[in-house]
Design a protein around this ligand. Sequence first.
Ligand SMILES: Cc1ncc(COP(=O)(O)O)c(C=O)c1O
Length: 652
Amino acid sequence: MKIAAYRVFLKVHQATTRTYVGASSNPSLSTPRSEAANLGMNADEFRKAAHAAIEEIIQYNQDVASGTLPVLPNIKPGYLRPQLPAAAPQHPQSWQDIQPDIAKSIVPGLTHWQSPNFMAFFPACSTYPSILGEMYSSAFTAPAFNWLCSPACTELETIVLDWLADALHLPKDFRSDSPGGGGGVIQGSASEAIVTVMVAARERYLNRRADAKGLPDPSPEREEWIATLRPKLVALSSDQAHSSTAKGAIIAGTYHRTVETTWQDDLAVQPDALESTIKKCIEDGREPYYITLSYGTTSTCAQDPLHLLAPILQKYPDIWVHVDAAYAGTALVCPEYANASTSASPSNSNGTIPTPEGLPTNGTEQPPPNPPPPTQPPLPSPTGLLPTGPAVWSHADSFNTNLHKWLLVSFDASLLYIRSRHALTSALSITPAYLQNKHTDSGLVTDYRDWQIPLGRRFRALKIWFVVRSYGVEGLRAHIRRTVRVGQRLEALVRQSEDGRALFEVLSKPAFGLTCFRVRPGAVPRQLLAQGGVVEGPGESVETENTMDGSPFGTVEQQDGEEEGQAEKAKAQPTETATAENLANKFSKQVVETINDGGQLFLTSSSTHGKTFIRVVSGNANAGEEFVSKAFEMVVTTTREVLRQAVKESRG
Ligand SMILES: Cc1ncc(COP(=O)(O)O)c(C=O)c1O
């Protein structure tokens, strides 16, 4: 199937290549072969090659968008080496020789992130205007580390970042023209943004403490004193924050401690947990200097309630507050996300989803369902959102979001906004003689090298500029809303369809198009609980002496919304409940692995606080409700198969 689909692609590609190779015969367009051009590709050759490449890219995009190419490659590790020569060619090769290797060797080894069947991790969108931006960026290749090294590169970045600060409804303080000296910069990734602000946070903290001690700057005493304080610093984040915070702390040379979250609180940091973590750090002789709060965590899109945490953070004004909104932040382009009602509260958290036509809305012969959704508001309606809006963001020192995840700009384009660019530049600015110039000295220009870790930088503003202009802010909103609806369709199927209600439980508030659900412990066949012994799975293993029997697909009576009964049963049969939990975890992971092994659909599983779950998010430009419906069917079929197989194996 995969090979057949790819053969069609290869044929089209070869036909297109033939059309283009040799198509340009206009002598006025040819470039005289200089000695330099003889060493690579001249303009005529480039023209033909580029046309052929563009045709191939279009064909690839169309094939991928149709969802007919398997989303995961069918190859084994090390597949590529035998296909390529052992050493680099000694002599020039023509594009006619090079290009076919894309179809032959590279595409078969690709995971197709633009496929509508890519529902893993978070999306990484690519669009035509963005590809054009990359083409120009590559053509200009201007590692514009300071203004003079390409004024257009710097100035476009500043303008586009201001556009986006407004489009994302961020506070004016993050604009480059804000009185407080804020601004935005494009980083390669959220991880890079986080480590960059962490270093700025560390330096701000150390210098404030040295200032408070009255140590002259610069002075050897100050340097010594700071050196003794630095090893005590601790960066904080929730236990749900992306691993980039832990990694950033390693790079910044500081401790990292997590604030515990719970499923009951939707995996969001709670004020008392934050305060007790800070106090514990201080009791232990550590000095908290930085915290990552998440607007959309990686596992479940949990949102830390900045508005509730602000009163605690105000007591510790030297802690730098960074909001990591790597994926979900781009939803702020929609006013309904940016102005999420300030009346919303973490306890007012039930998801709101559409009722898809034809789906049952209440149970019949099946066991009690997942909690029913509340009354349906018209779409688009973000689900369970916490207050955002300018007042909330005013507690943040910095904010990052990746346009290259959900907002149609090709990798890489991570926006970092900062309230005080001075905090960044004073930490990262070093100007050796060879970087000095009168424009920098004038103080009238921005040198983005002082806002990042590397010196050189890519011209990434171009692709953002092209995407924003090609879609318009309304087009960007339409994309977010459409893909949120795609996610809501899936959520509705899980919550409301007969299969969904029988097999699965939704674990967290679905948000930003992401739904997290797992095999319901109550759907675990009784025979498996009757096995006894140690259950292996991703959760904690538990000893069980259960001897319960029942029909092959009988279920343990343990459902959402039956807390009282559940607690009683847990008391009566603790090992049985624990076994069902473990097996639900194990089967959820197995369902994802089985599906991914098939290559037609790509999902991710995740695990936290004793629960392993299936996460489905479909947000690229090709996402569609028909694809998530098919994905749901596949999840149901696979789950039934996994359960059936487990029963079969248990019989020996
Ligand atoms: C919330 C969050 N933060 C940070 C990251 C890291 O992103 P990047 O690959 O841009 O470093 C991710 C990746 O998915 C994420 O989900």
